[in-house]
Design a protein around this ligand. Structure first.
Ligand code: PGA
Ligand code: ZN
Length: 431
């Protein structure tokens, strides 16, 4: 499985913004291709997405420099390497870049290659990607788990102009019998939510991740609408609610600017606590800002035994930041985004550390996505337990859900649906 060639193209993401796609060609002619996504509410501590900065092209967002790094430096460095040695290849790219945050070659260039290498190796070994990934990382090829989908059905924050501070309102079919039934529950609830919005003369236009973006008076109005739609669809017993506040986006000058008022971390924590109680939320992602470690610590003590507290911008899929969280008893779960850290190997390493420490892992898309469904395979390969990849709307989101349907069909009785497992708090996470 020797790498014979490597190249990249500038393609477009779901917002019509350039991103990168890499193709790896092996010496037997086998090809592997992968595209990288891009966030909008990006964490301060994420690996660097290299953009051209030339305002005459795509307002500075072109990826020609990153493309050239793949076509030249990375292609030269990896020619002749064995594509089955993912760890070595990723290490080599990290060393070649030479920076802490992949700022020289670009995490977009490095990740596109990292994922394309895995695809080429899977193709050469004639294995589906999820199976190859288990093999490549030395995990047993049995006891498959299909992730619980988290559907973002109302979009706020930076993903829509709905006026809501909280970025994502999700429905989570924890009580479904199977992955396909979970998907069905998500779709039926989504359609009834649309009906509900129409009946209330509210907009049914969608945001970046396919969720509706109505102008609502308050966050609780959104939660009430969701609960109503879940009940109308007949899933009150099996579909739960979850939020991603993406709160770094509304944290300014030491205060959370929430529903028009400046709140402290503790005051906002009380709002969350009341919602957890009233709406039975199963998880709260980025409830507090990415560097508000002290606030996070108090919130973890207060709510960490009753709800999954997921660090996204807080941990940025970064082992060092997660280590600090574990050491200090902060959060009890982590959101996993490949492009926050920039290689497949580092991502798998962070997931391993999280699992060993009792932190639940949710594999996630970005708000700017492509038709690439790599994360669907990754979620199965790593037994992630949950996947967050938007509403059941917009093909870049459905590409992942549809891929999981195919994996479910392929694995048949060999796979179990994760259901509520990911959201059940083990003893170790209680504090
Ligand atoms: P992003 O949003 O891709 O715009 O960062 C997704 C999230 O915050 O989970
Ligand atoms: Zn998030």
């Amino acid at each position: 499985m020797k790498i014979a060639g490597l190249s990249a193209s500038e393609i477009l993401d779901s917002r019509g913004v350039p991103t990168l796609e890499a193709t790896v060609v092996l010496d037997d002619g086998t090809r592997g291709r992968a595209a990288v996504p891009s966030g909008a509410s990006t964490g301060e501590h994420e690996a660097v997405e290299l953009r051209d900065g030339d305002k005459r092209r795509f307002f500075g967002k072109g990826c020609l420099k990153a493309r050239s790094h793949v076509d030249n430096e990375l292609a030269r460095a990896l020619k002749g390497c064995d594509a089955s040695e993912q760890g070595k290849i990723d290490e080599r790219m990290i060393a070649l870049d030479g920076t802490e945050n992949k700022g020289r070659l670009g995490a977009n260039a490095i990740l596109a290659v990292s994922l394309a290498v895995a695809r080429s190796a899977a193709a050469a070994s004639k294995q589906p990607l999820y199976r190859w990934l288990r093999r490549a990382f030395g995990l047993p090829e049995k006891d498959w788990l299909l992730p619980t989908p988290m559907f973002n059905v109302v979009n706020g924050g930076k993903h829509a102009d709905s006026g809501l501070d909280v970025q994502e309102f999700m429905i989570v079919p924890t009580g479904a019998e199977s992955f396909s039934e979970a998907l069905r529950a998500g779709c039926e609830t989504y359609h009834l939510l649309k009906k509900e919005l129409s009946a209330g003369r509210l907009s049914t236009a969608v945001g970046d991740e396919g969720g509706f973006a109505p102008h609502l008076g308050s966050h609780e109005e959104a939660l009430r609408l969701l609960r109503k739609a879940v009940a109308a669809a007949g899933y009150s017993q099996s579909v739960r609610l979850a939020l991603d506040a993406a709160s770094s986006e509304f944290f300014h000058d030491g205060a959370y600017r929430f529903e028009g008022k400046p709140l402290s971390a503790d005051q906002l924590g009380e709002v969350y606590a009341s919602w957890v109680k009233s709406y039975g939320l199963v998880s709260l992602e980025d409830p507090l800002a990415e560097d508000d470690w002290a606030g996070w610590k108090r919130l973890s003590s207060a709510l960490g035994s009753s709800v999954r507290l997921i660090g996204d911008d807080l941990f940025v899929t970064n082992r060092k930041r997660l280590e600090r969280g574990i050491r200090e008893g902060i959060a009890n779960s982590i959101l996993i985004k490949l492009n926050q850290i920039g290689t497949l190997t580092e991502t798998v390493d962070t997931v391993g550390l999280a699992r060993r420490s009792g932190y639940a892992c949710v594999i996630s898309h970005r708000s700017g996505e492509t038709e690439d469904s790599f994360i669907a395979d990754l979620s199965v390969a790593l037994d992630a337990g949950a996947i967050k990849t938007g509403a059941p709307c917009r093909s870049e989101r459905l590409a992942k859900y549809n891929r999981l349907l195919r994996i479910e069909a392929e694995l048949g009785g060999q796979a179990r649906y994760a259901g509520a497992a990911c959201f059940t708090l083990p003893q170790t996470a209680r504090r």
